[in-house]
Design a protein around this ligand. Sequence first.
Ligand code: PXL
Length: 258
Amino acid sequence: MKKNIVLSIAGFDGSGGAGIQADLKTFFIHNVYGLSVTTSLTAQNPQGVSDKLDIKSSFLKLQLEMLAKNIKIDSVKIGMLANKKNIHTISNFIKKLGVKTVLDPVVLSTSGYKLLNKQGIKALKKELFPLVYLITPNIPEAELLTGITISDIDDMKKAAKKLQKIGVKNILIKGGHLKGKTACDILLHRGKFYYFKEKKSFSSHNFHGTGCILSSAITVHLAKGKSLKYAVKHAKKFVTKKIKKSFYISKKGAKYLL
Ligand code: PXL
């Protein structure tokens, strides 16, 4: 039986809710085979991240090359990048590989820990944005990347257009942080806006790994040859379903999805 193969390049989350752990679970549930290469190890629990240890970029390069030399990869998901050197290494790899790549521009953890520094954000825009097929910022990330304050759908559209001007092909801005009863994500694809709405079944935003899971699920559908609209629609439905069934793994802290 043929299985599609998807690669996650992301951070390590020992608590299992975000990063490569969340990505691999998402791949498994969707019946694709998951590969993973880590950019940085985080020390964290459901209350937050206390520190990170970045992988040496020469070793990151080796991990990527060993996989690609031997295995046909159908699509790639990129999450936490940690620093500029890693971004440079990954950009070179993605350029050579030439498959659809989804970038979740992770800048802060849910609890506010910096997962990418200022220099990294600059390199992200310059080196990776032009190479990837889709980026999936949430509202705080879209604000940080564009300098636009976002308080409604029109602001989200403005930010998406600005990101397109920087050179990103397709942009999905996740609206879960906006006030209101529905979570509306907007997709800018081939010059048109598409809207993906789901009723919010939650009163707080303290869920761990939702962004990782959404971007991974989108990457799976792309690996299977589905359209971007199909991929976003079904990935969002999947995350919404998992939010409804989310659970605590500790007395204090965020809720987990997978
Ligand atoms: O959800 C953002 C995120 C991504 N990747 C890793 C993380 C986090 C948040 O904590 O730890 C590894």
